[in-house]
Design a binder for this molecule. Structure first.
Ligand code: S3P
Length: 441
């Protein structure tokens, strides 16, 4: 028998007083990186990926793709080659997807299309996250599964012999939409996914780039994506743009730390991801976008910000899908704005890597900011945050980075209880911030 051991967590702190200046490049987009590896595995032939985010979450997806039979080769930083067999094979072991909800839900969908049996697990956070939202439509298509109570991981999926469905998403989720579309590739007949508010469309765009035919549009029931089953994909070149959800930490730091002026290069500007930029501009941010260009079929640009006098705003609930991962860092910006910022229609934040509404409200309160958690909302009263606290992150990477940014602009340093999980999405975060002048360590 072995005793389970837990590695000691590394506390780190962010200290105020230094302006941030210079230029940084955003790391590769996490959503697009997962999708490139998965579609590269489903496809026939070679997929050459440039700019892949080499974070913990994406590495888990890469390992899962190897287990399903793809051959993967790392050719340099962010440069990967995937050779797909046009199908997933039964893996010989349980797949551990770590902390990654995107990996779990997308891979469930892709795997469901093939006659295989696969078992999935994840870390303590992922094992508590709702998988039923993906399993339910996959079950309607004909996949079978056996899961822990409430449809949670660990679970075993048996795929194959699927039929297309017409499914309206009960909650806005690009992960669930993508799971259904990936399953639909190998289903008979048509698969329709409907959503009231469009969520990120990277799966649709990338499926087209890999040669699939699909239609996205608007009808009397709302936004839809339609895909005819029985299509095979051809490997292709994928250039991964910079992740706006990671760039967000740098952008907000530049806005709230006095004396700062910085540029984040190569940021994805897909309109399904730009809600934070829109909101910051409404708050009075001095933010400009230059160098607009195309990167692998997606718009990118360079974002320049300087320290700004922000004001509180009410964020429209309908904007939530376009900035769902950015609410924690928006709440930090709100803590330095004049007046109150109201964020509503964000109940989905309660089922992310942590309950982000609760953790943000608790952490902000610990830092001397008046913040109120609502069932599906967060209200933050701005001013100048005191800081001077150790914040509990419950292993949530975005909570960790948000409070480090807060510490750079507060009156007193802010410490977080564990820095390891930042590598989930942004392995070089602390080093990159230090390069811009931040005192983090
Ligand atoms: C993602 C979709 C969003 C987002 C996640 C990435 C994706 O999740 O929060 O970080 O890549 O499709 P939901 O689908 O749960 O909204």
């Amino acid at each position: 028998m072995t005793l389970a051991t837990r590695a000691a967590a590394t506390e780190i702190a962010a200290f105020p007083g230094q302006p941030l200046r210079g230029t940084a490049t955003a790391p590769g987009d996490k959503s697009i990186s997962h999708r490139a590896l998965i579609l590269g595995t489903i496809a026939h032939g070679e997929t050459a990926i440039d700019g892949l985010l080499e974070s913990e979450d994406v590495r888990r997806t890469a390992a899962a793709m190897a287990a399903f039979g793809a051959s993967l080769e790392r050719r340099g930083e962010g440069r990967w080659r995937v050779i797909g067999n046009g199908a997933f094979a039964t893996p010989s072991d349980v797949l551990d997807l770590g902390n990654s909800g995107t990996g779990a839900r997308l891979i469930l969908g892709a795997a469901a299309g093939y006659p295989l049996v696969a078992s999935f697990t994840g870390d303590g956070s992922l094992r508590e996250r709702p998988m039923l939202r993906a399993l339910k439509p996959l079950g309607l298509m004909g996949a079978r599964w056996l899961a822990r109570e409430g449809g949670r991981l660990p679970l075993t999926l048996a795929g194959g012999a699927l039929k297309g469905i017409d499914y309206a998403l009960p909650e806005p989720s690009a992960q669930v939409k993508s799971a259904i579309l990936l399953a639909g590739l190998n289903a008979t007949g048509e698969t329709w996914v409907r959503e009231t508010t469009p969520t990120r469309d990277h799966t649709e765009r990338m499926l087209s780039a890999f040669g699939a035919e699909l239609e996205a549009g608007q009808d009397d029931k709302g936004h839809f994506v339609r895909l005819v089953g029985g299509q095979s994909l051809r490997g292709c070149a994928v250039a991964v743009p910079g992740d706006p959800s990671s760039a967000a930490f740098l952008v907000v730091a530049g806005l709230i730390v006095p004396g700062s002026e910085l540029t984040v290069r190569n940021v994805l500007l897909n309109p399904t991801r730009t809600g934070l930029i829109e909101t910051l501009l409404e708050m009075g941010a001095e933010l400009t976008i230059g160098g607009r260009r195309d990167c692998g079929g997606e718009a990118v640009g360079d974002i320049t910000v300087r320290h700004s006098a922000l004001r509180g705003v009410e964020v429209p609930a309908a904007r939530a899908p376009t900035m769902i991962d950015e609410y924690p860092i928006l709440a930090v910006a709100a803590a330095f704005a004049r007046g109150v910022t109201v964020m509503r229609g964000i109940g989905e934040l309660r089922v992310k890597e942590s309950d982000r509404i609760a953790l943000m409200a608790d952490g902000l309160t610990a830092c001397g900011v008046t913040a109120r958690a609502e069932r599906e909302g967060l209200v933050v009263e701005g001013g100048m945050a005191r800081g001077g606290a150790t914040v509990h992150t419950l292993g949530d990477h975005r909570i960790a980075m948000s409070f480090l940014v807060l510490g750079l602009a507060a009156r007193e340093a802010v410490r977080i209880d564990a820095a390891e999980m930042i590598a989930t999405s942004f392995p070089g975060f602390a080093a990159l911030m230090r390069d811009l002048g931040a005192r983090i360590g």
